[in-house]
Write a protein that binds this ligand. Structure first.
Ligand SMILES: Cc1ncc(COP(=O)(O)O)c(C=O)c1O
Length: 389
């Protein structure tokens, strides 16, 4: 039997590291081991790499280098922004209310849950059936004691994009801080922090072909925020701990490479998504596409099977796909072996049973048209073999 051809369609979960980025990671692991806080030449070499990497990342989002803090990834950056800003705001102005969208990543949801245990009041902004937040809903939920609003740029489960500029302008007019999670959008659509008018943005290296365990938080100049990690004075007192020079140099190169190819990548991803959508839609009865066709990330295609026709859960579909060599995801959290209906799909009004049959395909720069064709055919065959109700 010929070896199984493996097709990776889970780029929203993580991406393979770029070969040149890996070279940089290895090179600096071997050679640039000095502590960036040391005064000797080894330390100074690391300090130069640190500041050059910071500058490159800042430039890619139209920020100042001093507005970038390196973190261990997107989760830490979300935690730092929300918890750090909430604590500082409450201390400085007594504001105690936090508003988040109902479709946030768990890195934001669980922070909000934690903040609620710390005495903050949390409200959630509803979304429409495409997963989109509307400005009037935000306006209705704002209070005189609202400290921070958090609405993600692009959703990791269904790809829906949010009207960030409108929401940030509203927040600015009321002196409320605005945080947006840009983990899924960065490298696929432009992220210009000044144009978006945001106070905090979050970046993760492993979503853009960089190393894992490294990311960044953008903190607009002048915004007060507490640290989560206390110790040395690294990162201008925002995050203590010796900097991870090899990883952040790799991250910076991954950023450069992503920005350089973004227009072509965007076109390629769009082609993959359009093609797979058309193939699945034309062949599968009761297929539901999640998220709007417009105002959506080209890298993510989320589909569900109508519960009134099929009695199937994503886990089974994903195992079947994997047996045929296709790696995809449900997009929602798996707890103790059973897939919970996604909070995102439920917020979009999907019934729990249909939500439980969701598969997320996500595309990247290495995805080929042939892979899309093969994976679509495999998924169509798996679904046509399912017993119908
Ligand atoms: C929207 C979003 N935010 C945050 C994260 C967490 O990023 P990291 O894996 O770097 O901690 C992810 C990862 O899946 C994500 O998709």
């Amino acid at each position: 039997m010929p070896p199984l051809e493996r097709i990776y369609l889970d780029y929203a979960a993580t991406t393979p590291i770029n070969a040149e980025v890996l070279d940089v990671l290895l090179l600096h692991s071997k050679e640039s081991f000095g502590n960036a806080s040391s005064v000797h030449s080894f330390g100074r070499t690391s300090k130069v790499i640190l500041e050059e990497s910071r500058e490159l990342i800042a430039r890619s989002i139209n920020a100042e280098p001093g507005e970038i803090v390196f973190t261990s990834g997107g989760t830490e950056a979300d935690n730092h922004a929300l918890i750090g800003a909430a604590l500082a705001r409450r201390r400085n102005s007594g504001k105690n209310h936090i508003l988040i969208s109902s479709v946030e990543h768990h890195a934001v949801l669980e922070c909000a849950e934690y903040l609620s245990e710390c005495g903050f009041v949390i409200s959630q902004i509803p979304v429409d059936t495409a997963g989109r937040v509307h400005l009037n809903e935000v306006e209705n939920l704002l209070r005189s004691d609202t400290a921070i609003v958090s609405v993600m740029h692009g959703n990791n489960e269904v790809g829906t994009l949010q009207p960030i500029e409108e929401i940030s302008a509203l927040c600015k007019s009321k002196n409320i801080l605005f945080h947006t999670d840009t983990v899924q959008t960065f490298g696929k659509i432009p992220v210009d922090v000044k144009q978006l008018g945001i106070d905090f943005a979050v970046f993760s290296s492993h979503k853009i072909y960089g190393p894992k365990g490294i990311g960044a938080l953008y903190i607009r100049n002048g915004v007060e925020i507490d640290s989560l990690i206390h110790g040395g004075a690294q990162e201008r007192n925002h995050r203590a701990g010796t900097e991870n020079i090899p990883s952040l140099a790799g991250f910076a190169l991954a950023v450069k490479k992503s920005v350089d190819v973004m227009p072509e990548l965007q076109k390629h991803l769009k082609k993959c998504k359009t093609m797979m959508t058309a193939m699945l839609q034309s062949q599968i009865e009761g297929l539901q596409i999640n998220g709007g066709a417009e105002l959506s990330l080209p890298s993510i295609l989320s589909v569900s099977l109508d519960h009134s026709i099929y009695d199937i859960e994503s886990e089974t579909l994903l195992l079947q796909l994997d047996l045929h060599g296709v790696a995809a995801s449900s997009g929602s959290a798996c707890t103790s072996g059973s897939i919970q209906p996604s909070h995102v799909l439920q917020a979009m009004g999907k019934d729990a049973k249909t939500a439980k049959s969701t598969v997320r395909f996500s595309f990247g720069k290495n995805t080929t048209v042939e892979e899309i064709e093969t994976a679509s055919k495999i998924f169509i065959e798996i679904v046509s073999a399912l017993p119908k109700k």
